[in-house]
Design a protein around this ligand. Structure first.
Ligand code: NAD
Length: 376
């Protein structure tokens, strides 16, 4: 089977697989093509890909010769015409935003593996690209906040007196939030954390954060460990408590999301007004509307002296390690997609393959995707 590694378009700096992982993929008996300069923004040269065993080709040739095409983002619509029936595309999809693109791929009878809907089971953990990218985002968000903040993160006792540590408030303790707690603590900040899932309380504590609980959160076992939307009364009480804690904080890292839904608004305009001038809010939920009422995706705003960063593409700012993690996750997925002779075998009985397949043979497959897109 021939696998093609595509060069990303637009501002994306990552590549779906670096040369180090290409060498590991070769061991599965797969032939690999790489679009010329695919890795240039992630500091990987054509030469390195060649040395790892890949053949460098043009984009046109890659579409013609590959059975499986891997990329970070789904291919642009203009490339769909270069695909043929049965060809397999494997990338992130963000299905809620790209339903029309997916419908076109379905009509063309392409197979689309959407890496962001991989079931979040223990067996699929090593393939979980969302976790890998959330780890990068949580880490980078804290470093970005620290560089924008006019205050030290750690406590300093110097001849010039004592400087108090920064107070960091983290909203949402999923993968990104937990990483943010760990990095903020390593930098010496005092960390407080909100989440609606009581299951994370112990993890937050073990990382050195203080978990602030709002009584009466709705939890749903059927949501598979994900958060669910909260009642109006809960939201109001939570917003009030967040307002108090945000006013005492120097930095807020907002990561709260509900899969397939708009992000919950946790920081109101009035809360921003009450924050100290010089404070920083990093809103990682920006692409789904943001946790702060004032966030604008892709923008840095300064309102009432508070810097509000709406940013959802931190992984692209760390293209080396983000691409390394991305490629490793894909290899782990390929281990269940490829037989001993290196042929692609899509066994729809396998819950991971079934759960990751968005469309196949002109049909929508993944149950979760169908729920997200309201497809019967
Ligand atoms: P996410 O990005 O969907 O959400 C981030 C966090 O925001 C979550 O912790 C969520 O509870 C929280 N949140 C939502 N609404 C909130 C609100 N109103 N106030 C405060 N916090 C709110 O989360 P994620 O990182 O994708 O993780 C979601 C779940 O998936 C977790 O249970 C995690 O352990 C699990 N998970 C499992 C695997 C696996 O087994 N393969 C991998 C990764 C994550």
């Amino acid at each position: 089977m021939v696998t093609g590694i595509l060069k990303e378009t637009g501002t994306e700096k990552r590549v779906a697989m670096l040369p180090g992982e290409v060498a590991a993929l070769k061991k599965l008996g797969v032939d690999i093509l790489t679009e010329s300069n695919a890795g240039e923004n992630a500091y990987a040269s054509n030469e390195e890909y060649k040395n790892a065993g890949a053949e460098i080709v043009s984009r046109k040739e890659l579409f013609e010769k590959s059975s499986l095409i891997i990329s970070v983002d789904h291919i642009p619509e203009s490339d769909l015409k270069n695909c043929r029936e049965g060809q397999v595309l494997c990338s992130m999809l963000n299905p809620a935003e790209n339903a029309e693109w997916l419908e076109k791929a379905r009509v063309q009878k392409l197979t689309v593996l959407a890496l962001d809907i991989i079931p979040r089971t223990t067996r699929a953990q090593s393939m979980d690209i969302l976790s890998s990218m959330a780890t990068v985002s949580g880490y980078k968000a804290v470093l970005h906040a620290a560089s924008l903040s006019p205050r030290f993160f750690p406590m300093f006792m110097s001849a010039a007196g004592t400087i108090k540590p920064s107070r960091v408030l983290i909203l949402g303790a999923g993968v990104a939030g937990l990483q943010a707690i760990a990095v903020a603590r390593k930098l010496g900040a005092v960390v407080e954390v909100f989440d609606v899932r009581s299951a994370v309380k112990e993890e937050v504590k073990s990382l050195g954060g203080k978990f602030i609980e709002v009584e009466g959160a709705k939890e749903d076992a059927a949501a598979g460990g994900y958060a669910v939307e909260q009642s109006e009364d809960f939201r109001k009480r939570q917003q009030d408590l967040i307002q108090q804690r945000a006013a005492a904080s120097d930095v807020v890292i907002a990561t709260a999301q509900i899969p397939g839904k708009k992000a919950p608004i946790l920081i109101l305009k009035d809360t921003v007004k009450r924050m100290k001038p010089g404070s920083v809010i990093i809103d990682l939920a920006a692409s789904t509307g943001g946790n702060c009422e004032l966030t604008e995706d892709g923008k840095v705003l300064v309102i009432d002296g508070v810097t509000i960063v709406g940013k959802s593409d931190y992984p692209s700012d760390m293209p080396s390690d983000a691409s390394k993690m991305f490629g490793s996750n894909i290899i782990n997925l390929m281990k269940i997609l490829v037989d001993k002779e290196g042929n692609l075998v899509l066994n729809m009985e396998d819950e991971i393959i079934n759960g990751t397949t968005a469309v196949y043979g002109g049909e929508y497959i993944s149950q979760r995707l169908k729920q997200l897109l309201n497809i019967k």
